[in-house]
Design a protein around this ligand. Structure first.
Ligand SMILES: [Cu+2]
Length: 345
């Protein structure tokens, strides 16, 4: 693999380090008190979705403990050409024949993609060597997909450049050839007229820009937890369309609340054999107002130390206005359909 250009590499290395548990099951329960607003006056969406698979690699990884058993780096990554709305992404690790690796055989600690040259809405000062980077999508060991139902999508412009940071680890006693495979659904027909384009807003529990690590000391005794919170001023009026939580092993939850304490989302870590296996997503469609302070809180186990952890609420906002709700008339024979908002599995 060619060495990435140094400025891009430096930018992306400074951008984000870690695993992302963004996304989505329509069946995921919402916090009882979340104020979810129906989708109404929606444009039709961007039309048919085309599925495109990108493979990035190869990474030649030695057996666990070898000279190059892991790859922790950054660079420019491929993306589908053209302009479109990005509707969904799934991530996997595959061998040279396309066969997937088990999640704990080759460990995808993180693979995070950002748009180079665009501003991070949450932390506009995120800049390295004069170049802005906006985090877009990513995943970690849990490899959960990201998906947005119509009329929502992430906008990708024809001249956008994608860079990524990644950390892959071969946990087996055999060397492997590894590719990162990401499968995307794109709508080439998506325009600002037919689609509500989303703004990524990645809000950390302690630091701006999001993605900084810290150490949990482990001095809390049996059952002890470490709680950290940070507030984030919403950049404009709009809607939160979905939230993915991001944390590392030892994490219990990421909570996102309105300024008045009303819960919006709690992303919970689900463990299998002591390792994070899933992070529950929050599909939602909750209103936010310009300047409102959302509180993001991470809760970690503090009965034992956990090094280099993260806590992040990966939000996707639509900074638009639905207008007034349509009123029913006497000729209406059925209710206004309620579109299931936000992420879909
Ligand atoms: Cu992380």
């Amino acid at each position: 693999m060619a060495s990435p250009a140094r400025p891009i590499r430096a930018i992306l290395a400074a951008l984000l380090v870690g695993a992302i548990g963004v996304t989505a099951d329509t069946g995921a329960p919402r916090p009882a008190a979340a104020a979810v607003t129906p989708v109404y006056n929606a444009p039709p969406g961007g039309g048919p979705t085309t599925e495109i698979v990108e493979k990035f690699g190869p990474f030649q990884l030695d057996a666990y403990g070898g000279a190059h058993w892991q790859d922790d780096s950054a660079g420019v990554v491929p993306r589908p050409d053209g302009a479109y709305g990005l509707k969904y992404v799934t991530f996997d690790l595959v061998d040279e024949n396309g066969n997937p690796f088990g999640h704990h055989d080759v460990h995808m600690h993180h693979f995070v993609i950002g748009a180079v040259g665009k501003k991070d809405t949450a932390c506009p000062d995120r800049q390295v060597q004069g170049v802005d980077v906006q985090p877009l999508i990513g995943t970690g060991v849990e490899r959960t997909p990201i998906a947005f139902s119509d009329p929502y999508a992430l906008e990708v412009k024809a001249d956008d450049l994608w860079g990524a940071v990644w950390h892959l680890m071969n946990m087996t006693d055999q060397p492997h050839t590894v590719y990162v495979k990401y499968t995307m659904g794109v709508q080439y027909g998506a325009t600002a007229d037919n689609t509500r384009f989303l703004t990524p807003y990645w809000a950390d529990a302690r630091h701006c820009p999001a993605g900084d690590t810290w150490d949990v000391p482990g001095n809390g005794g049996p059952g002890g937890v470490e709680v950290r919170s940070k507030t984030w001023a919403m950049p404009d009026n709009g809607y939160i369309v979905g939230i993915g939580g991001h944390m590392h092993d030892g994490g219990i939850s990421i909570a996102t609340e309105h300024e008045d304490g009303t819960p919006i989302c709690e992303n919970a870590a689900i463990y299998v054999q002591g390792l994070i296996d899933k992070i529950t997503p929050c599909p939602t469609h909750d209103t936010v107002t310009k300047g409102e302070l959302l509180k993001v809180t991470s809760t970690y186990d503090n009965s034992a130390p956990h090094e280099a952890v993260m806590g992040m609420s990966v939000m996707y906002l639509w900074l638009g206005d639905q207008g007034t709700p349509p009123s029913s008339t006497t000729t209406t024979t059925r209710p206004v359909p309620v579109v299931t908002p936000g992420f879909t599995g």
